[in-house]
Design a protein around this ligand. Structure first.
Ligand SMILES: O=P(O)(O)OC[C@H]1O[C@](O)(CO)[C@@H](O)[C@@H]1O
Length: 241
């Protein structure tokens, strides 16, 4: 794992954004794996500014998102569909039929998981996957204990994930208890991975990633089995390193 240590959230967003924009320019039909949550918002802001100022085009780029809450329609402001439209897709020239997010409102969720895995294969796999990390070490919504062999699946969210994500909802009871997520094996199939981490609330998870072994009860540790992972993290997230 390569590490890029920066001083702040802003610097992490710029460093990751620059690298992603460069890759998009050199491979304009690549497939980007995208994440939601607070962590990548600054990166998306950078990519929008770069699109406006430098004209980096996403016309032939495909995107595949990691996860989605079950039970929320795409129009729900708390859905990851809505998040991606608002924070990125509405502001760049990516084609709407090139952006993909699991359908958390699907009537047959097992079928939706199969469809999503097939879709990833059909586009030729993910060239660069962007990841955040949960305070409990989750990647995507793969909670501790998820098999490293998992493919896209339905998950029951851990109590501390519900609590951490309650900040986006009126209260914790409003947070959907289940989600669809790419599995750990799906994530590890990506050709390259950027893991972003910012803030002291991620410091323990980041320390565990560096200091402990590869174990299914700490999902991010699966990344140590991947040959091309770059961690972009700020001093706060790296304070125990
Ligand atoms: O960036 P945040 O909001 O701390 O979330 C951490 C991770 O949890 C998730 O929101 C779960 O999907 C990831 O997308 C994200 O990377």
């Amino acid at each position: 794992m390569n590490i890029i240590r920066v001083s702040s959230y802003e610097e992490m967003s710029i460093e990751a954004g620059k690298r992603i924009a460069e890759k998009v320019r050199s491979n304009p039909s690549m497939t980007l794996g995208l994440a939601t949550g607070s962590t990548p918002q600054g990166v998306y802001h950078y990519l929008i500014k770069d699109y406006e100022n430098n004209g980096t085009s996403y016309q032939n780029i495909k995107s595949i998102n990691l996860d989605e809450y079950i039970g929320l329609q795409a129009t729900d402001p708390n859905s990851y569909h809505y998040f991606m439209q608002k924070n990125l897709f509405n502001h760049i020239d990516i084609a709407s039929n090139h952006t993909h997010i699991p359908n958390g409102a699907a009537s047959n969720l097992a079928e939706e998981c199969r469809r999503y895995e097939n879709l990833i294969n059909e586009v030729g796999g993910i060239d660069l996957q962007i990841l955040g990390i949960g305070q409990n070490g989750h990647i995507g919504f793969n909670e501790p204990g998820t098999a490293f062999s998992s493919r896209t699946h339905v998950v029951s969210l851990a109590k501390n994930t519900l609590e951490a994500n309650a900040r986006f909802f009126a209260n914790v009871a409003e947070v959907p208890t289940h989600a669809l997520t790419m599995g750990i094996a799906t994530i590890l199939d990506s050709k390259e991975i950027f893991l972003l981490a910012s803030g002291t609330e991620k410091a323990e998870a980041v320390a565990q990633l560096f200091n402990e072994g590869i174990r299914e009860d700490f999902p991010a540790s699966a990344l140590k089995q991947h040959p091309n992972v770059t961690i972009l993290a700020d001093d706060d997230a790296l304070k125990y390193i």
